[in-house]
Ligand binder design. Structure first.
Ligand SMILES: [Zn+2]
Length: 462
């Protein structure tokens, strides 16, 4: 009933303004049923390409035309003049942990349908079409949330998740481990698969595969001596069996020196960069040949020292009391975080070596693994770090869109091309001039449905 009525209004609106279609800029939300034409837009494709003064049609949630041609408006088409705007693909976070971070607290008590949806709405608010949650989820709960999203019960990012594998009772950081085990207990589902010997490890992979889980996350880290590090014969068994069943294995590796043997075993990618002096040309060449990706994951350390509570891009969605905890005077947060010039030089050199070797960099934040490392916001900040350390804004956007989609196996996302899901951010300024312009979001459209950012803000910050 409501949809029909708004459709009628739209038809009247289009008739009235049909004489000057290019001046039409609808204030109303774009819906999946709408046929929409964006005109005069700078379109950043996501794979390195760019179209100036381009046109973009979306229909039934799909991109049906991307072109440098101009098109006349047709009856029944909503025309949006995007002069001076830049349209980029919606972003993808390749390393996150959903469900534990709530709006004002962190922990297992928050894990459940309602909070997962809130997390995914927050990602959508910041322009993300998908997020990979790395080994800390109860499958039946996240699967149910994903079904709800597909049924249109909420507009949020797609949630991909992994089975977590490590020595028995080990895995995430010590604080997180305790909370994940509580969720495991309360949900009655396996979150962390304990690996005891190679045969049993292969069996664990088969159990995950039978549940339809597409990814495995392994932790190869002794956490400074507080946990048991996953042994090579076990991870080789996991990766070999996973490859047989078409599952991808993503690795939390402790050191760069762990990487050569993991790549040789067939690991698909690395969720913590360990970028620096120890990650030199040999590892870069090996990763490139094997088509392994690397998530630098720099913001996880850096942003927790920064007074992000003073950033308007974050205070848009959090209450003043939550923001107050994230500013100076609380913990060790500083307004200006001074970087160590020597460390920066080392990171630049190592990153440059990876890019030169052709290794795919994928955006990932580890948001939600620790308290107060907010979803979505941290992805934009991570791209700033990429550019500071020598990537071009275009390279930062490729890492955050097409590279992430490619390694997460999402053929329909991550670039603005014919036949892809209509996952777009309309920006008021050009992010190729300054990567911080990804903050200047005018619209987010996911699968052809516009995210109602005003309503989300009103819900979160009444
Ligand atoms: Zn993580």
């Amino acid at each position: 009933m409501g949809a029909n009525y708004s459709g009628l209004i739209k038809v009247i609106f289009l008739c009235v303004f049909a004489a000057q279609p290019s001046s039409i800029l609808l204030a109303q939300m774009i819906d999946r049923e709408d046929r929409v034409l964006f005109q005069n837009a700078r379109i950043v494709i996501g794979d390195g390409g760019i179209i100036e003064n381009g046109s973009l049609f979306i229909e039934n949630g799909t991109i049906t035309e991307v072109s440098s041609q101009t098109f006349a408006a047709q009856a029944g088409t909503i025309v949006v003049d995007a002069s001076d705007k830049t349209i980029i693909p919606a972003l993808i976070d390749g390393h996150s942990h959903l469900g534990y971070q709530g709006r004002s607290s962190w922990g297992s008590q928050n894990y459940g349908r309602e909070n997962l949806i809130d997390n995914l709405e927050q990602y959508a608010y910041y322009g993300f079409s998908a997020v990979f949650s790395a080994g800390s989820d109860a499958p039946s709960i996240v699967n149910e949330v994903e079904v709800s999203r597909m049924n249109g019960e909420f507009v949020g990012a797609q949630l991909l998740f992994a089975a977590g594998m490590a020595p028995p009772g080990q895995g995430p950081n010590d604080l997180f481990l305790g909370h994940a085990l509580v969720v495991e207990e309360s949900s009655g589902e396996i979150i962390l698969y304990g690996l005891e010997n190679p045969d049993q490890a292969k069996e664990q992979v088969r159990i995950a595969a039978e549940k339809g889980i597409g990814f495995i996350k392994i932790w190869v880290d002794d956490r400074g001596g507080s946990q048991v590090k996953l042994a090579p014969d076990l991870y080789r068994a996991v990766i070999g069996e996973a490859n047989k069943h078409g599952l991808k294995v993503f690795v939390h590796q402790q050191f760069a020196s762990d990487m050569p043997d993991l790549i040789a075993a067939g690991a698909h990618g690395f969720l913590h960069g360990r970028i620096g002096e120890d990650l030199g040309a040999d590892i870069a060449a090996q990763a490139s040949v094997a088509n392994s990706f690397i998530v630098p994951n720099w913001g996880l350390n850096e942003l927790r020292g920064e007074a992000i509570g003073e950033d308007e891009f974050l205070s848009q969605i959090f209450s003043d009391s939550v923001m107050a905890q994230l500013t100076t005077g609380n913990g060790n947060r500083q307004t200006i975080v001074n970087q160590n010039p020597m460390a920066e030089m080392e990171l630049r050199a190592s990153l440059n070596g990876l890019l030169t070797a052709g290794v795919d960099i994928v955006l990932g934040t580890d948001a939600g693994a620790v308290p107060n490392h907010p979803f979505g916001y941290t992805g934009h900040r991570e791209m700033e770090i990429y550019v500071r350390l020598g990537m071009s804004p275009m390279q930062a956007l490729i890492a955050s869109t097409s590279n992430a989609a490619k390694h997460l196996g999402m053929e329909n996302r991550g670039s603005i091309k014919l036949g892809k899901s209509a996952d777009l951010i309309v920006l008021s300024n050009n992010p190729l001039d300054d990567i911080r312009n990804t903050r200047n979001i005018e619209r987010v459209i996911l699968g052809g449905i516009e995210v109602d950012r005003d309503s989300l803000r009103a819900k979160w910050k009444p």
